[in-house]
Design a protein around this ligand. Structure first.
Ligand code: SAH
Ligand code: SF4
Ligand code: F3S
Length: 438
């Protein structure tokens, strides 16, 4: 019938939800194209976690103004976290009156309906729910990750870290039933998927909102115990909730990757307190020690922020100290961005941009040095890689990831795609390793 293009911003949650939007579009007979210019329907699935995510989305929506003027039949839809903020959808429509459909994060399952209404002649479809609804298991996903698949185990967040907009745009925690999760994972494995990432804003509180459901460590164990050889990852773990039971399950079950993403945010206990993270730097280090004593090989990755209101030079120095102490395998580093409606946005002592810039540069340089050293330590080792694609930059090479999540490029036959291969590492860089199949 027609064609579509989905433009996605933000986290894995959004990437996965775009797979749902794709399934809905395909269900109505649309097929994907690479460029908005060739599409009959363009969907922007937005993020608002930092200001630059919103700016980028707005820039790209604005850029379609002329296209829409040339082709009034083109349907433009905007959804996701940005539109779910109070009053934001209306403001967006005022700024971009040529947008046809706007909806939020709670009613994504209804996108098909909105599309039909627009095609049926309704000029504008603006649909936002104030609150989250029950979980709908009836809408499927059109997955795009090759042998890798995302599986949602819960939605929403109850933590209200003082800088973060997510709880306001994703609602309270809702867990899926474990039978639904297990059924989905099993079907994916039967269909040839070899790596599953379980998704939630705080996976460690899985099941707390339901009765008679397993808690996260049990769920993880049940997923890992499904038949066959495959990999399971999960994100994100909140440091206050990650416990020894999870680590014991990881140690025991061979299908569970020894790899934990554990966002620390800051190395200063005073900043952590004002972030409402509910752990201190010492608590965090104790968790790291606990993980490393049970699982010495476990990869650890993190998120770190600089420039939170009131962050003094001493606080920032504490962050650098923590980074040196833990030696993360890699880290996502961010500059604090005030989000309207969150407590931190109204706190005194907002940090000037120049100071934020200096701090982020210093932090990135330190983490890059550590990441490089950790990568270099792998040279000469043989690691297991799940071959998941061709290396587009190097003819005859495939790429894949190690259990710890590092990218590896190696010469190999495309017949190896989807398989676990042993690769000896020969060279290491910041973004990727190179090796040979052994
Ligand atoms: N639920 C996850 C991820 C949330 S968003 C967690 O708790 O870790 C991903 C990361 O974005 C956060 O870990 C944080 O480092 C960063 N982030 C969130 N709000 C931010 C803000 N206002 N400014 C800058 N970075 C932010
Ligand atoms: Fe945001 Fe904190 Fe929830 Fe993560 S745990 S989504 S940082 S409020
Ligand atoms: Fe994700 Fe951005 Fe929303 S990080 S949950 S898409 S605000």
């Amino acid at each position: 019938m027609g064609t579509y293009k989905i433009v996605t911003y933000g986290c894995q949650m959004n990437v996965h939800e775009s797979e749902k939007l794709a399934a809905i579009l395909k269900g109505q007979g649309y097929s994907p194209v690479d460029r908005a210019e060739e599409a009959d329907v363009v969907v922007f699935n937005t993020c608002c976690v930092r200001e630059n995510a919103e700016r980028r989305a707005e820039g790209n929506i604005g850029a379609l103004k002329n296209l829409k003027a040339e082709r009034p039949d083109l349907i433009l839809a905007v959804c996701g976290c940005m539109t779910q903020q109070k009053g934001r959808a209306e403001a967006l429509l005022k700024k971009f009156p040529f947008v046809d459909i706007v909806f939020g994060t709670y009613n994504i399952d209804e996108f098909g309906l909105y599309l039909q209404r627009r095609r049926g002649g309704e000029k504008k479809v603006l649909q936002l729910w104030e609150k989250e609804g029950p979980i709908d298991e009836s809408v499927g996903y059109d997955r795009s990750g090759g042998v890798h698949a995302y599986v949602n185990i819960m939605y929403g967040c109850n933590n209200f870290c003082s800088y973060c907009i997510v709880p306001y745009v994703r609602g309270r925690e809702r867990s899926r039933k474990s039978v639904d999760i297990l059924r989905e994972v099993k079907a994916l494995l039967d269909g040839g998927i070899r790596e599953i990432t379980l998704l939630g804003q705080n996976v460690n509180s899985y099941g707390q909102d339901l009765t008679g459901e397993p808690e996260f460590p049990e769920l993880l164990e049940q997923v890992g115990d499904l038949p066959g050889k495959f990999r399971v990852r999960f994100m994100t773990s909140h440091p206050k909730d990650l416990n020894e039971r999870v680590v014991r399950v990881l140690a025991k079950s061979p299908n569970l990757c020894n790899s934990i993403h554990l966002p620390v945010q800051s190395g200063s206990s005073e900043i952590l307190r004002r972030m409402n993270r509910r752990y201190t730097a010492e608590d965090y280090l104790a968790k790291v020690d606990m993980i490393r004593s049970a699982l010495p090989e476990c990869a650890l990755t993190t998120d770190i922020m600089v420039g939170f209101p009131g962050e003094r030079e001493e606080d920032f120095a504490d962050t650098l100290k923590l980074v040196e102490r833990v030696r993360f395998d890699s880290a996502f580093t961010f500059v604090y961005s005030p989000r309207k409606g969150t407590p931190a946005a109204g706190m005194p002592d907002q940090i000037p941009p120049a100071v934020k810039k200096r701090r982020i540069t210093e932090l990135v340089a330190l983490q890059n040095r550590i990441s490089e050293q950790k990568a270099a330590a792998l040279i000469g080792q043989t690691v297991e890689v799940l071959a998941d694609g061709e290396d587009l930059k190097k003819k005859g090479f495939l790429c894949g990831r190690t259990e710890g999540g590092r990218l590896v490029s190696f010469r190999g036959d495309p017949a190896l795609l989807g398989q676990f291969v042993s690769v000896r590492i020969q060279a290491a860089g910041l973004s990727a390793l190179r090796g040979e199949v052994v």
